[in-house]
Design a protein around this ligand. Structure first.
Ligand SMILES: *Cc1c(COP(=O)(O)O)cnc(C)c1O
Length: 403
């Protein structure tokens, strides 16, 4: 038995293979992606990532938020266009919509963390120009129903796959289902570069626009690997017609990311096994439940989300306090002040905060604990046992209910 809680706060460590390339870049000073005439680390990363996911094109940028912003700009949405997003996501997602001069419209989310399809279909009819499906914490909503509804109305779908690298739907990679897929290399994602993002698409016209707007001034788009005929034509169409937002990625970041790509498959398998092992243990408690995934989905979790059952607010607080005292930090999305994943804190969205009863109810009882792929069985046992004991504590301290 472990006596000390494992650290789940640390990000994935960087493979040694990154060091030689970083030394080479430091020695030459070649940090800007457009200095070398070809084969810059960022351009190589784009090819490798597109191949890994099975997409035609990729564009690496400074963050997933930047990728979402460029996706919306590349779709050519007019000012104040309404963009439908799930109400359970990170504040960066509605922020990217506001950044693109569009209006976020929030859709209700159920207690299984997935989009409420009744509300989705109703909101979709309300003058929606584009949809961002945010696979929050890697939970995949019903993409068959979503794509069918959006395709029938010719509404473009952007996938926010920031936390879904390695997740599949009917065996197809998440991020390749919509028109564009956006990923993050921020430290708490499966591939850790501190900061960074990438978008993938099969659409040459969207890619060319995003490349130029990301900061490929003059003819720097020629340094984006092999340019096929469709891309050549698209670049010619958009040359000098788009603003340059300069959201590029540095070669140093690419050098940190590239040696992690061959590790993705192993991290996915380990992460899934860890998650399912802890989930099975938590399900033994009558007060904890881990919502099931949808049938076509194969998950790639690096954290676990579960709901508290039959606990009131004070029991919920006792649960979090007891888990923390046992060394396991649990975030309850709706119970912490100023949480960036609670939609009522997104006061930067114009207009009144909408009523989203299912999302609100879920956020008040949904718990979030990191579960990095590197954890051992013993460490997983420690975490699961602490959570089970905390649930016992919460239900066994009636005196706290008064306060
Ligand atoms: C992390 C995250 C983002 C933001 O990614 P950045 O690279 O930090 O901009 C967006 N959406 C989801 C679901 C995320 O998990």
């Amino acid at each position: 038995m472990l006596t000390k809680a494992p650290s789940v706060h640390d990000a994935e460590s960087i493979p040694d293979a990154a060091r030689d390339e970083i030394d080479r870049l430091l020695a030459s000073g070649d940090l800007f992606r457009y200095t070398a005439p070809e084969d810059a680390p960022v351009a190589l990363l784009e090819r490798e990532f597109a191949d890994l996911l099975g997409a035609k094109y990729a564009l690496a940028v400074s963050s997933c938020s930047a990728a979402l912003f460029l996706s919306l700009k590349a779709l050519g949405l007019p000012r104040d266009a309404r963009v439908l997003i799930p109400a359970f996501t990170f504040a960066a997602v509605p922020s990217s919509v506001v950044h693109a001069d569009c209006l976020p419209v929030l859709c209700d989310v159920g207690e299984n963390y997935r989009i409420d399809m009744v509300d989705f279909e109703a909101k979709l009819a309300d003058n929606i120009s584009a949809v961002i499906i945010s696979h929050m914490r890697g939970h995949t909503s019903d993409m068959d129903a979503i794509m069918a509804l959006c395709d029938a109305r010719n509404i473009p779908v952007i996938e926010d796959a920031a936390h879904s690298l390695g997740t599949t739907w009917h065996g197809q990679n998440i991020g390749t289902l919509g028109r564009i897929g956006c990923f993050s290399f921020q430290s708490y994602k499966l591939v850790n570069a501190g900061e960074g993002g990438i978008l993938i698409t099969d659409d040459a016209d969207l890619l060319a626009q995003a490349v130029i707007m990301s900061g490929a001034y003059e003819h720097n788009w020629r340094k984006h690997g092999e340019i096929d005929e469709a891309l050549e034509a698209a670049f010619a169409r958009w040359q000098n017609r788009l603003p340059l937002y300069n959201l590029r990625l540095s070669n140093l970041s690419a050098a940190v990311i590239r040696p992690q790509l061959p590790l993705v498959a192993e991290r996915v398998t380990k992460g899934r096994n860890n998650h399912d092992y802890v989930a099975t243990k938590l399900e033994q408690s009558p007060w904890l439940t881990v919502p099931a995934k949808l049938a076509p989905e194969e998950r790639a979790p690096d954290s676990i989300q579960f709901n508290l059952v039959n606990m009131d607010d004070s029991e919920t607080e006792t649960f979090a306090r007891s888990a923390a005292a046992r060394g396991v930090k649990v975030q309850i999305f709706g119970m912490s002040t100023d949480n960036a994943r609670a939609f009522w804190n997104w006061k930067f969205i114009p207009g009144e905060t909408p009523e989203l009863p299912h999302t609100r109810q879920m956020l008040m009882r949904a718990c979030d604990t990191r579960l990095p792929a590197r954890l051992t069985r013993e460490e997983l046992d420690f975490i699961a046992d602490a959570l089970l004991a905390a649930a016992q504590d919460a239900k066994a301290e009636p005196t706290l209910k008064a306060g």
